[in-house]
Design a protein around this ligand. Structure first.
Ligand SMILES: [Fe+2]
Length: 135
């Protein structure tokens, strides 16, 4: 099993975004623990539903930050969020239908999180910082 821990590299330097990312990572870790827990599917599906809602909330929160600063990459960044939510929903359906194991969802979400935060969200946080400094 992959280890899902907070890493300094995930920090984008924006308090609110970093806070929400930590909560999101906690949710991934909780779901990851279910892989070996042998919990009932109903509980796992509840946790997956919580993660979907949190992701939706967090993306909206980032998108509002983007609009606040007239972020030039708003559309492209928003598209990444939309694609992730659609993919996540597909994965949950496949899991529910016993097409894929839970590990597949955990692996997918964690690698998406690692890539998206360190690149796409980092660019946004850098932009906000420059804007707020009056640049
Ligand atoms: Fe983002």
């Amino acid at each position: 099993m992959i280890s899902i821990d907070w890493d300094k590299k995930f920090e984008v330097g924006h308090e609110r975004i970093d806070f929400e990312h930590r909560v999101f990572l906690d949710l991934i870790r909780t779901i990851s623990a279910e892989v070996d827990n042998g919990s009932g599917k109903e509980r796992i599906l509840r946790l997956l539903a919580e993660m979907a809602k949190y992701a939706e909330f967090h993306f909206l929160s980032e998108e509002n930050e983007m609009l606040n600063v007239d972020y030039p990459d708003y559309e492209a960044h928003k598209q990444e969020h939309i694609r992730l939510l659609a993919k996540f929903s597909d994965l949950v359906t496949e899991f529910r239908m016993d097409v894929i194991p839970l590990e597949k969802i955990v692996e997918y979400i964690f690698s998406w999180f690692a890539l998206h935060t360190t690149q796409v969200d980092k660019r946004l946080a850098d932009y906000i910082r420059i804007k707020e400094a009056g640049g």
